[in-house]
Write a protein that binds this ligand. Structure first.
Ligand code: ADP
Ligand code: MG
Length: 573
C-alpha cells in the first residue's frame, strides 16, 4: 500500500473530505432516534401536538442536513477512489511502455491486461468503500453505543454477548476468504489469457478447424473461474443470514428485558423504541465492518499484483549522463555473448564484427540461428550479457534511449500497424512529417504503388493490427514507417519475406540508390535479397559461421554455398 499512496496525492482533498462529511452524516442520523423517543414519551404521552410537530420538523431538518452531507461525502469518496485507480492505471501503463523486452517476457500480456483493468478497478472500488465504511462504521457504532448507554445502561449488557459472537464469526469467514480472493484473480488472468490468444489467432483457429478444441479449453478455464467466484461469494452470502440472526436475537433479547423494565415502570416505551434503533445501528455497523474487511482482502490481492509491476525495474537502464547524438551509423560488436533471461544456454556466443557507416549488411542463416537476437541488441531491445555493442563508436548503453532508438529504426519480423489512418501510422516515425515526406518514404518502400490507388490515399483506414492489408503490403508499410524517422541505421528483420521477388528487388534497388548514407541491415531468407550487400554474416547456432561478401562466401562458407545452391535450383526448375 505504501508504494501506491503517492498516487492519491491529486485526490487527497477528496479523500479527507469524504470521511469528515461522513462523520457529520452519522452524527445527524444518530439524533433522529433520540428525538423519536421524545415524541413518543413526551409528545404522545402528554398529547402535546405542538411539541410533536416541532420535534418532527426538527427531525426532518436534521435528516435533510445528514442526507446532504452523505451525498457530498459519497461523491468525494467516489472521486478519490476512482481518481486514485486512474492514477495507478496511468502509472502502470507508462511503466509497461518503458519495460524492456526482457520484462515483457516475464509478465504475460494477458496478466498485464487484467492488472490494468480488473485489479485497478478493484483498488478504486475498495478505496471508495474504505473511505466511507471504514470511518462510518466505527463512528456509528461508538455514537450509537453511547446513546444507547445514556438511555438505559443496564440493557447495554446484551451487547456483551452479541459483539464477541459476531467477531468470532467474522474472523472465521475472513481467514477463509483471503486465499480465495487471490485465487480468483489468477483465474481471471487465465481466462483473459485464453481469450486473448484465441482472438488474436482466430483466423488460424478457424483455418485449422480447432473451434471445438478452443471452446473446450475456454470452458474449462471459465468454469474454474466461475467455481472460484462462487466459493468466494458463498462465503459472503453465508455471512449475511448469520449476521441477521444475531441482529434479530439481540432485538428479541432487548424486547424481553426492556419489556420487563417497562412493566416495572423504570423505562418509557419511546425509550425502548429508540434503544432498538440504536442497537440495529450498532449491529449494522458491525456488518459494515465485516463487509469492509472482506473488500479489503479482495483489494489487497489486487494491490500486491499491481505493486509487483510498479516495483519491477526496467532491465534497460539509462546512463546518468546519456549521450544525445549519434555520430554516424557504424556498428561494432566486441566479444558479444547473450543469454535470454528465461533460458539457460547462451543464444549468442562470442560475436565480433565491424561495419562502416552507410554499408549494407546482409544476415542469413537457418531459422533459430539467432539472427533476430543478434540485431535486437543494436537498439537495446535487450542488453548484451557479455561484451559490448557500439553504434557510432560509442557503447549503446551510453546513449539516451530515445536518441538511440530514433537513430536505429527497426522493422520487426512481425509487423504491426495500429488502427487509424495510413497517415497516422506513418507519423509514428515523425510527428511533423508532411504528406510529401510520407509519400517519399512510401515510394522507397515500394508501398506507394498500392497506396496511390486508394481513393482516400493517406486517409485510408487501417484496421487493428493492420489486418486489412496483405502480409507483403504490411511489410512495405512498416518499412516506410521506419524510414520516416530518417535514421542512421535501419534494420529489416526478415521484413520482405512476404513481398514478391520483383518488388523485393525494387526495394533493394531503392535502398541502395536513395539511402546511400544509411547503414542498412537486412536479415533475409533469400540470397537474392542480400546478394548485393557489402558484407554478409552467415549465422549458425548462435555464432558467426563466416563473414564476407557474396563472392567470398560462395568460396569459403559451406553453409552459404548450400543455401545458394538450393535456391538456384528452385529458380531453375
Ligand atoms: N524472448 C525469448 N526468450 C527466450 N528465448 C528466445 C526468445 N526469443 C528467441 N529465443 C530463442 O533464441 C533462439 C534464436 O532465436 P531467433 O534469434 O529468433 O532466431 P532467428 O531469427 O535466426 O530465427 C531460438 O532458439 C529461440 O527459441
Ligand atoms: Mg528471426
Amino acid at each position: 500500500m505504501k508504494t501506491l499512496l503517492p498516487y492519491m496525492k491529486k485526490y487527497v482533498n477528496y479523500a479527507i473530505l469524504s470521511p469528515i462529511l461522513m462523520i457529520l452524516e452519522v452524527a445527524a442520523n444518530i439524533f433522529i432516534p433520540f428525538y423519536m423517543s421524545r415524541i413518543v414519551d413526551i409528545g404522545i404521552v402528554n398529547r402535546d401536538v405542538e411539541y410533536i410537530v416541532k420535534t418532527g420538523l426538527l427531525m426532518i431538518g436534521i435528516a435533510i442536513v445528514g442526507m446532504t452531507f452523505g451525498i457530498i461525502s459519497a461523491h468525494c469518496g467516489a472521486r478519490a477512489g476512482y481518481g486514485f485507480a486512474a492514477e495507478i492505471r496511468k502509472e502502470i501503463f507508462e511503466k509497461i511502455q518503458n519495460f524492456s523486452f526482457a520484462n515483457l517476457d516475464e509478465f504475460t500480456v494477458s496478466s498485464l491486461v487484467t492488472r490494468l483493468t480488473n485489479d485497478c478497478n478493484t483498488i478504486g472500488q475498495v478505496t471508495m468503500m474504505s473511505l466511507r465504511m471504514a470511518i462510518r462504521a466505527p463512528f456509528m457504532m461508538i455514537f450509537a453505543l453511547i446513546m444507547a448507554f445514556t438511555i438505559n445502561a443496564s440493557l447495554v449488557k446484551v451487547f456483551l454477548v452479541a459483539i464477541p459472537f459476531t467477531a468470532i464469526i467474522l474472523l472465521i469467514v475472513l481467514s477463509k476468504a483471503r486465499p480465495l480472493f487471490i485465487k480468483l484473480q489468477t483465474r481471471v488472468d487465465r481466462v483473459n489469457a485464453i481469450i486473448q490468444e484465441n482472438l488474436t489467432g482466430i483466423r488460424v483457429v478457424k483455418s485449422f478447424n480447432r473451434q471445438d478444441h478452443e471452446e473446450k479449453r475456454f470452458k474449462e478455464r471459465n468454469d474454474a473461474l466461475m467455481n472460484t467466484a462462487l466459493s468466494a461469494i458463498s462465503l459472503v452470502i453465508f455471512l449475511m443470514p448469520v449476521l441477521n440472526l444475531v441482529i434479530y436475537s439481540t432485538i428479541i433479547a432487548v424486547l424481553w428485558f426492556g419489556g420487563q423494565q417497562i412493566l416495572a415502570g423504570t423505562m418509557g416505551g419511546g425509550e425502548l423504541i429508540s434503544f432498538i434503533t440504536y442497537i440495529t445501528q450498532v449491529l449494522m455497523a458491525l456488518m459494515m465492518i465485516s463487509f469492509f474487511f472482506m473488500q479489503l482482502l479482495r483489494g489487497s490481492a489486487s494491490v500486491s499484483r499491481v505493486v509487483e509491476i510498479l516495483d519491477t525495474e526496467s532491465e534497460i537502464k539509462e546512463d546518468t549522463k546519456p549521450i544525445t547524438a549519434v555520430k554516424d551509423g557504424s556498428i561494432n560488436f566486441n566479444n558479444v555473448s547473450f543469454k535470454y533471461p528465461a533460458s539457460k544456454e547462451k543464444t549468442l556466443t562470442d560475436i565480433n564484427f565491424n561495419i562502416k557507416s552507410g554499408e549494407l549488411l546482409g544476415v542469413i542463416g537457418s531459422t533459430g540461428s539467432s539472427k533476430s537476437t543478434l540485431v535486437q541488441l543494436i537498439p537495446r531491445l535487450y542488453d548484451v550479457t557479455e561484451g559490448s555493442v557500439e553504434v557510432g563508436g560509442i557503447d549503446v548503453r551510453k546513449y539516451d534511449l530515445k536518441t538511440l532508438r530514433d537513430n536505429v529504426a527497426f522493422v520487426l519480423q512481425k509487423n504491426i500497424l495500429f488502427s487509424g489512418t495510413l497517415r497516422q501510422n506513418m507519423k509514428w516515425g515523425n510527428e511533423n512529417a508532411t504528406d510529401e515526406q510520407i509519400i517519399n518514404a512510401l515510394k522507397q518502400a515500394q508501398a506507394w504503388e498500392f497506396v496511390s490507388k486508394y481513393e482516400d490515399g493517406l486517409d485510408h483506414k487501417v484496421e487493428q493490427g493492420g489486418d486489412n492489408f496483405s502480409g507483403g503490403q504490411k511489410q512495405r508499410l512498416s518499412i516506410a514507417r521506419a524510414l520516416m524517422k530518417s535514421p542512421k541505421i535501419i534494420v529489416l528483420d526478415d521484413s520482405t519475406s512476404a513481398v514478391d521477388m520483383t518488388t523485393d528487388a525494387k526495394i533493394q534497388q531503392a535502398f541502395k540508390e536513395e539511402l546511400g548514407d544509411i547503414t542498412t541491415i537486412i536479415i533475409a531468407q533469400r540470397i537474392a535479397s542480400i546478394q548485393k550487400a557489402n558484407r554478409i554474416i552467415v549465422m549458425h547456432e548462435g555464432e558467426i559461421e563466416s563473414f564476407g561478401d557474396h563472392e567470398t562466401l560462395l568460396k569459403t562458407s559451406p553453409i552459404y554455398r548450400e543455401i545458394y545452391e538450393s535456391q538456384q535450383k528452385g529458380v531453375a526448375s
